[in-house]
Design a protein around this ligand. Structure first.
Ligand code: ATP
Ligand code: MG
Length: 777
């Protein structure tokens, strides 16, 4: 047997060695699904399957890269290079380039990122004179996105009275028209947005049987990781491509399906066995990632979900430490707890920063954590914010580069036509858009023909427009001979961008210049890297494609040692020795927006399951009793998810007494840690006159003011939390879920106090009073 196969257990070997036919691996977190996929590819190649005939679809490009590297160590680098591996978006963007002409697109089409889509939609709303409070561009974008992911084209939209009616009811009767304009404008600009990469692939495969046959023949073996989070559009692509050979292997965990809000359809994994004939089903049960405590705690949580496939997950790993639960007074306090805990763990256990991750429900929560980590000089990195390539100055440069490749690119053109300023005003730009729409041409074509068409622009401005065209055309000429780096370097100078950024002189200006330098270094790296590949031209177009689909997770080369901060959604598939899950409060996690239906709540619970199962050695759950949200200090209660974990896996570490009862004396809050600064940095503090916030002086004044405006942190409200009240044996209580019962035993002290309660319906339960939602009746 091949030696690498000895690194798999028997249950993992079975799907790895199952060479042909449709198959599905359903298994819990950390059981080796991704490992199976990786080794399976190596095995297929050892069985004579040509590497050119294998397609593997992963959740991130980083995951694909890591898998490829692992495979390369087994089968050799040159063979591994031929594998098609990546996200749906990156793989099908490549295919669309080859086949673009079939769909009437140029092969050098631009990929619009969400920022570009937003800007275009905002511009369309403005051009249509619609009320921008009713037509919020971000909402419109997400609606268009969900149409596209459900394969509802503009035509299909207008044929569907229900959709039209729904939008009319939502007071957006022009929704269809916006959708149509948006699609037309993207097409004219030679641009596809992210959803188009899937939608157009579907169109390509359904409209052109010869193209479908070609890729069916090419991708004889298809493998998909994280299958539980595929959307309808992705599902159809996989089905179409695998239809001929049916060598399709998907792996996933229904308990980790967390992208429903973005159109992921859990039924894809639940119904897989109905989609193909003779599907082989494999299960993996042994978790290799986490301690017994973590695995069992995670099991006890997911058990609460009704909609799930039954699964067993166990581990032979150590018992490990219990999951630590910490309560803080405020979000700032929570941040400080996390930072000092990381600091202590690092010192005590000789760990690196990269052994730690802090996971949260929403990006906004990172602020308090960041402040605290910075104070302790702990290096960290936030993932999932703006990617490097979306920063303003970088997008400015990239917009010039995009125009060189695809001059029809409307969003790129609008960005730089008057940046750096060259005397072309907004009115002129608006007139150009109107003309372009009228002539059904791109703005660049209008510019090239500015003397031949009727347009209300004076001759002075026309000359400036002509200069702009000449500038871009001169770049295009250079693009024929120079490589991407030489070209980009020239563009930053000749466009005037460098001068513009230098002129600034502020620290921000300097930072911008450094970013530009980093971009140029990146392009240089790309050029050097591509030189090794015989079939690559190191062209600017290729670089731009990489950039368009890059996320900052992909950009992480693991070359710096930092604590990782990210949302749980982004952490899917990853693992860290120490994991802090913060903000475990009702309305925060589960999110207030996801508690209306059972299915929403179950998705939140799956999210919690994903978070906890990222931890290898130690997990921390933290929550704050009050937190700034929307500019207000809001009281909060611990998340129901903490209560749902079987208490035997928990270790409550909070020094409760003084914090709970006398917040005003708590030195952490009002003592030496610049409390006011922490609080008043938030933008809106309702008791202050908003105007005061505008001037720096005023805000200084606010910082030194006493906290009298702050609401004292009180006991949590809502359902009663009884650990600090006098519950005694014999009390009759009412529990939120279990109903009525009688207290039969009380044990433990302080935050550890537990009560055994005999419920009329549910039998005897032991509850941790800190979390139990009980009322004495
Ligand atoms: P998730 O559901 O979180 O995506 P997964 O099922 O894909 O998890 P992997 O990431 O493949 O699980 O594996 C989890 C960890 O266990 C990894 O560190 C992996 O290297 C390790 N592992 C998996 N199988 C084995 C094995 N047979 N022997 C030793 N380590 C293993
Ligand atoms: Mg995995």
């Amino acid at each position: 047997m091949e030696t690498y196969l000895s690194q798999l257990n028997d249950a993992q070997l079975a799907p790895t060695l199952q060479k042909d036919g449709p198959m599905i691996v359903i298994a819990g977190a950390g059981s080796g699904k991704t490992r199976v996929l990786t080794y399976r590819i190596a095995y297929l190649m050892s069985q004579g399957v040509d590497s050119f005939n294998i397609l593997a679809l992963t959740f991130t490009n980083k995951a694909a890269r890591e898998m490829k590297e692992r495979i390369a160590t087994i089968v050799g680098t040159s063979e591994a290079k031929n594998l098609w591996m990546g996200t749906f978006h990156s793989v099908f963007a490549k295919i669309l380039r080859f086949e673009a002409d079939r769909l009437g697109y140029p092969s050098n089409f631009t990929i619009y990122d969400t920022q570009d889509s937003d800007r275009l939609i905002a511009s369309i709303i403005k051009e249509m004179n619609l009320d921008k409070d009713l037509y919020k561009y971000k909402q419109i974008r997400s609606r268009i996105s969900s149409y596209k992911n459900s394969l509802i084209t503009v035509k299909a939209y207008f044929q569907n009275p229900e959709l039209i009616e729904a939008d009319a009811m939502a007071r957006r009767p022009k929704m269809g028209e916006i959708y149509k304009n948006y699609v037309d404008r993207c097409f004219k600009a030679g641009a596809m947005d992210f959803d188009d990469l899937l939608l157009k692939t579907n169109e390509l495969l359904t409209r052109f049987p010869d193209v479908l046959a070609k890729y069916q023949d090419k991708f004889r073996y298809i493998l998909v990781d994280e299958y539980q989070d595929t959307n309808h559009s992705q599902y159809l692509i996989v089905r179409a491509l695998s239809d001929r050979f049916q060598n399709i292997c998907v792996v996933g965990d229904d308990a980790q399906s967390i992208y429903a809000f973005r159109g992921a359809n859990i039924n894809n994994i639940l119904n897989f066995q109905k989609d193909y004939d003779d599907v082989k089903l494999f299960r993996l049960e042994q978790n290799y990632r986490s301690t017994k405590n973590i695995v069992n705690a995670a099991n006890s949580i997911i058990d609460k979900n009704q909609t799930k496939l039954d699964k067993v997950v166990w581990t032979a790993n150590d018992e490990g430490a219990k999951i630590k639960v910490n309560r803080s007074l405020t979000d700032g306090d929570e941040g400080r707890f996390v930072a000092s805990s990381i600091f202590e763990n690092k010192m005590q256990n000789q760990l690196r920063n990269s052994d730690f991750a802090v996971l949260y429900r929403t990006n906004a929560q990172s602020r308090a954590i960041e402040d605290a980590l910075r104070k302790r000089d702990i290096p960290y990195r936030i993932y999932g914010g703006l990617s490097f390539y979306q920063r303003k100055e970088i997008k400015d440069v990239l917009s010039y580069l995009r125009l060189i490749i695809n001059p029809a690119d409307e969003e790129a053109l609008k960005r730089v036509i008057n940046y750096p300023a060259r005397g072309i005003g907004q009115t002129t730009a608006d007139r150009l858009i109107v003309a372009a729409n009228g002539y059904n041409r791109s703005i660049f074509e209008v510019l090239q023909n500015i003397d031949k068409i009727e347009i209300n622009i004076n001759s002075g401005t026309k000359n400036k427009l002509k200069d702009f065209v000449t500038l871009i055309e001169s770049f295009q000429v250079l693009n024929q001979t120079a490589n991407a780096f030489e070209l980009a370097e020239h563009v930053t100078k000749a466009s005037g961008l460098i001068r513009e950024f230098n002129k600034d002189g502020t620290p921000e200006g300097v930072a911008r210049m450094e970013n530009i330098e980093e971009l140029l270094n990146g392009i240089k790296d790309f050029v050097e890297g591509q030189k090794e590949l015989a079939d690559s031209t190191a062209s600017l177009a290729e670089f731009l494609e990489d950039v368009a689909l890059a996320t900052d997770l992909d950009a992480d080369k693991g070359d710096s040692d930092h604590v990782a901060l990210m949302t749980i959604h982004l952490a899917k598939g990853l693992e860290f020795p120490y994991v802090y899950i913060v903000g475990l409060e009702e309305d925060m996690f589960p999110s207030a927006m996801s508690m209306n239906t059972r299915s929403e709540l179950e998705e939140e619970r799956r999210l919690f399951y994903v978070a906890l199962t990222r931890a290898e050695k130690q997990a921390y759950l933290t929550y704050a009793l009050s937190r700034y949200r929307w500019g207000k200090l809001i009281d909060s209660e611990p998340s129901r998810f903490i209560e749902e974990i079987d208490e035997e896996f928990l270790d409550i570490i909070t020094p409760i007494e003084e914090r709970r009862f006398n917040p005003m004396l708590d030195s952490d809050i009002f003592g030496d840690v610049e409390p006011n600064k922490i609080r008043f940095k938030k933008p809106v503090q309702p008791t202050f006159n908003k105007k005061q916030f505008k001037t720096e002086k005023a805000s200084e004044k606010i910082i030194i003011s006493t906290p009298k405006n702050l609401k004292p942190v009180s006991k949590t409200n809502g359902s009663t939390n009884l650990f600090d009240s006098k519950l005694t044996v014999g009390n009759i209580v009412e529990h939120l879920r279990f109903g009525k019962g009688e207290v039969v035993k009380i044990e433990g002290v302080g935050g550890d106090t537990k009560a055994e309660i005999k419920f009329d319906k549910g039998g005897i339960k032991k509850l941790l009073l800190r979390f139990a939602k009980l009322e004495i009746i």
